[in-house]
Design a protein around this ligand. Structure first.
Ligand code: IPM
Ligand code: MG
Length: 352
């Protein structure tokens, strides 16, 4: 199959981990006989340095003309003092909004090889943890009206029924393919947008009789995630709640360096990125864990290209390398073999 992939390596450790992910992509192409055309674009801090904007038109256009986007990470202290419309994060929001990527999948999986890294007690977390956070990504307070003057500032959380319905449908459909349990998270005791959210969820329920729908307020959900994470399978929620809960879910797996994400719309197009940040302190030092980025490649193969076998091969290669005891420093534990970014990428490519 021929596919065009827009690659934005970004800032900080972005280029380090992207290099390894591209290595793995090339190996997949070779082994399975695909033709992946990789085209690089700038966004975030790198684009600010080169073009004075965090999202050049040429980048958005290049992504639109591709089959999928692979993104490293954006941002860093160098650009932190810029006004908010010029911050690297604006580039990320511009990509999400501009590409219409309303559905963000953030799997939080605890790998059995790394179960010792989970900060919760073994009896709380159990043998396995596999939670899917489905986060609405192009609405809510991130994209609502905002304003400020010297004395006051405001941001608006607003949602339309259509926006709520399309993300909830994704939640139901994903739950149907998993344990058929869907937990919708809101703040319907306070927020109007959450009351609409809950009403839409309850109305949709009839169309998915095989799925058991529950509701939690976001504060309770945050507590339940550490109290008894095993009660969750698929969580669906609005943009900001999903931002917060997905960081929490990632930490209970013990290894934020291991978690990928997919940002999708109705067609097969998607943008894939690790959920961790740009970690500028370790950039270029061969210390970053490339696994979240390589797992993002697997998600791209699966969701955008329909290449389930290829995706599983990448995931199996990662597990094989972990089984052999290789660890980057963030997931290192005693008696394991410490390797850098490059060696980890190389070993995964070889295992393929
Ligand atoms: C994330 C990040 C972004 C967000 C930031 C960098 C804008 O935290 O992808 O979770 O808030 O969505
Ligand atoms: Mg976040």
């Amino acid at each position: 199959m021929k596919k065009r992939i827009a690659v934005i390596s970004g800032d900080g450790i972005g280029p380090d981990i992207t290099f390894e992910a591209v290595k793995v992509l090339k190996r997949v192409a070779e082994r399975f006989g695909h033709d992946f055309e990789i085209v690089e674009y700038l966004a975030g801090g790198a684009a600010l340095d080169a073009y004075n904007t965090p999202l050049p038109d040429s980048t958005l256009k290049g992504c639109q003309d591709s089959d999928a986007v692979l993104l490293g990470s954006l941002g860093g202290p160098k650009w932190d003092t810029l006004p908010s419309h010029l911050r690297p994060e604006k580039g990320l929001l511009g990509l999400r909004g501009g590409l219409g990527l309303f559905c963000n999948l953030r799997p939080a999986i605890m790998y059995k090889q790394l179960s010792g890294a989970c900060p919760l007690k073994a009896e709380v977390v159990g043998e396995q943890l596999d939670i899917m956070v489905v986060r609405e990504l192009t609405g809510g307070i991130y994209f609502g009206a905002r304003g400020s003057d010297e004395e006051s500032a405001y941001d608006t959380m607003s949602y339309t029924r259509a926006e709520i319905e399309r993300i909830l449908r994704k939640g139901f459909e994903i739950a149907q393919k998993r344990s058929r349990r869907l937990c919708s998270v809101d703040k319907a005791n306070i927020l109007s947008s959450s009351q609409l959210w809950r009403a839409v969820a309850n109305a949709l329920c009839a169309e998915y009789p095989d799925v058991e729908l529950t509701h939690l307020y976001v504060d309770n959900a945050a507590m339940q995630l550490v109290r008894n994470p095993r009660q969750f399978d698929v969580i669906v929620t609005e943009n900001m709640f999903g931002d917060i809960l997905s960081d929490e879910a990632s930490q209970i797996t013990g290894s934020i360096g291991m978690l990928p994400s997919a940002s999708l719309r109705e067609d097969s197009f998607g943008m894939y990125e690790p959920i961790h940040g740009s970690a500028p302190d370790i950039a270029g030092k061969d210390l970053a864990n490339p696994i979240a980025m390589i797992l993002s490649v697997a998600m791209m193969l699966r969701h955008s290209f329909g290449m389930e076998g290829e995706a599983q091969a990448v995931e199996a290669a990662i597990e094989a390398v972990l089984d052999q005891g290789y660890r980057t420093v963030d997931i290192y534990s005693e008696s394991m073999i410490k390797v850098g970014t490059k060696e980890m990428g190389q070993r995964i490519a070889q295992a393929l």
